[in-house]
Design a binder for this molecule. Structure first.
Ligand code: CAA
Ligand code: NAD
Length: 289
């Protein structure tokens, strides 16, 4: 990318403070940005606050930061249920549930809230960034910024450019992500982008293997950890991602390609329907405290 950065980002809005949004808010606050975290209600806000406190508390315990630094970091994050509070944001990162309808309604609403030069990013894993962007009056300022889970730990961020993303928006976002210590890669707008296209067929296959009672969950996970050196087995990773989110990602990828590899394994839907969403609900393939 030859464009040079044109924008200065100081205030970042994050919409949705779940598994990803809370981590993304932490990343920006850790790097000195003022963060405005938006949730849909007080319950979501409280969950987001607890996530942030837990994550920074762990860093303090591990002596990665002092209590004072953690308090400063948390002090840079304002929590709200009112999207109007995003009026002063230079960048908004949307990280709500993987639903096209919900995301489009947010990008539509942002038109009347943020400045015309503010950049709008979606953290979608698989939905069409182009389609999300059309909900906004200025689709040229919309870009996919796909952080990986856990956002404070994983260095990769996929930047998804649509056919109308302005080159200066792309350049500015790339430079911003590098300044956060992230390693951005750029790709086009196709369900799954780079990493999930390669990852989710494998994860779905592991679920089918478990569902077919071919091997226990522990042995499936152990095979990939100790045989292939993956940091986590596929079923434990699905619990980390969230089974509802994983189901939506697979379903979108399946609908785009109609390939059997991504047809969600039936048990995944059953788990989601039963409220077994993985770590975030306390139970998925494994049980958590
Ligand atoms: N938030 C913040 N920090 C976290 C964290 C979290 N949720 N989970 C772990 N960490 C930090 C720990 O504090 C620790 O930090 P330090 O080294 O600075 O002390 C570090 O990560 C390692 O943690 P642990 O020692 O507790 O555990 P671990 O070594 O087993 O690592 C892991 C945990 C980072 C999750 C690791 O197992 C891992 O990388 N797993 C694979 C994750 C992965 O594949 N992510 C991609 C999922 S796909 C995706 O994100 C895209 C999508 O669209 C679905
Ligand atoms: P999540 O279910 O953990 O969190 C979503 C949050 O959005 C919830 O806290 C919910 O209350 C909130 N929310 C819903 N509607 C809202 C609204 N209108 N306004 C404000 N907040 C709202 O989901 P997640 O796993 O954090 O996923 C968020 C996005 O990030 C999805 O697009 C997902 O595909 C993507 N993503 C997820 C992962 C992952 O591993 N979980 C990784 C990368 C990207």
């Amino acid at each position: 990318m030859t464009e040079t950065a044109t924008r200065e980002f100081t205030t970042v809005g994050v919409i949705g403070l779940g598994t990803m949004g809370a981590g993304i808010a932490e990343v920006f606050a850790r790097n000195g940005f003022a963060v405005i975290g938006v949730e849909q209600n007080d319950v979501g806000l409280e969950r987001g606050r607890q996530h942030l406190e837990h994550s920074t508390g762990r860093a303090v315990k591990r002596e990665k930061m002092t209590r004072e630094q953690a308090d400063e970091l948390l002090g840079r994050i304002t929590l709200t249920t009112d999207m109007q509070d995003l009026a002063g944001a230079d960048l908004v990162v949307e990280a709500v549930v993987e639903s096209l309808e919900v995301k489009k309604s947010i990008f539509r609403a942002l038109d009347d809230i943020v400045r015309p030069d503010a950049v709008l990013a979606t953290n979608t894993s698989s939905l069409s960034v182009t389609e999300i962007s059309t909900a906004n009056a200025k689709p040229g300022r919309v870009v996919g910024v796909h952080f990986f889970n856990p956002a404070p730990v994983q260095n990769l961020v996929e930047i998804i450019r649509t056919v109308v993303t302005e080159p200066d928006v792309l350049a500015d976002v790339q430079e911003l992500l590098r300044s956060l210590g992230k390693n951005p890669v750029v790709c086009g707008d196709k369900a799954g982008f780079i990493a999930n296209t390669l990852l989710f067929g494998y994860l779905n296959h592991a679920v089918a293997m478990y569902e077919g009672k071919y091997a226990s969950r522990e042995d499936i996970d152990a095979a990939m950890r100790f045989g292939c050196g993956y940091p986590m087995g596929p079923l434990a990773l699905l619990d980390l991602i969230g089974l509802d989110t994983a189901y939506e990602i697979l379903d979108t990828m399946y609908k785009q390609g109609r390939d059997r590899l991504h047809a969600p394994a039936p048990i995944l839907k059953q788990y989601v329907t039963a409220g077994l969403l993985g770590r975030k609900s306390g139970r998925g393939f494994y049980t958590y405290e």
